[in-house]
Design a protein. Structure first.
Length: 187
């Protein structure tokens, strides 16, 4: 998994000077999450991006890495609304189990101009048994959050995230159940 992430970072960093992206760090006392998103293509009402996530949760002794691609767009004429669909490969080392899951995700971001920088987000990602490997039988991730753009290219964030993995012979394990504060930088 580390090799895959290194190749991804190398690929997106070479032409990165001409592309837009974002970097986010969210944390609490027991966990930290790092996200890097790289814009691949932008059109009038949509864009595509590739991303990388690293999550460490001390309570569950979990390392989780995600590599994925997404398309986002503005449906209709509602200022500040963006919806997205993603495909992501999630891998983790949750002692004593290991997991690899290919998830399909949906995301909604809403930051209406009338709220002057305040926005809300919600996301869900699911991998059924057919896309779950190693010790995993199912993967479900949900998240909700608030963001405040206190500068044109920086947001303060507050996110709640819940990740459930159904493992063979161990049942459902809550890999992450955390409220995190953080910052997101756009460049």
């Amino acid at each position: 998994m580390l090799r895959l992430m290194a190749v991804f970072l190398l690929v997106v960093s070479v032409p990165g000077a001409a592309w837009a992206g974002s970097l986010a760090l969210n944390f609490n006392n027991e966990s930290a999450q790092f996200r890097y998103q790289q814009l691949l293509n932008r059109e009038a009402y949509s864009e595509s991006e590739a991303g990388l996530r690293l999550l460490y949760n001390e309570d569950t002794e979990t390392w989780l890495a995600t590599v994925g691609a997404a398309v986002k767009g503005s449906p209709g004429n509602l200022p500040g609304l963006k919806t997205g669909v993603e495909i992501a490969v999630n891998g983790s080392d949750t002692r004593p189990k290991e997991m690899l899951a290919i998830g399909i995700g949906l995301r909604i971001d809403y930051a209406p101009p009338v709220l002057h920088g305040l926005g809300m987000t919600a996301a869900v990602q699911f991998a059924p048994k057919v896309f779950s490997f190693l010790d995993a039988e199912r993967y479900l991730e949900t998240s909700v959050g608030l963001a405040y753009a206190f500068m044109p290219q920086a947001d303060l964030t507050l996110d709640y995230q819940n990740i459930l993995v159904d493992f063979e012979n161990a049942g459902e394990v809550r890999v992450d159940d955390s409220l995190r504060i953080g910052v997101k930088l756009r460049f």
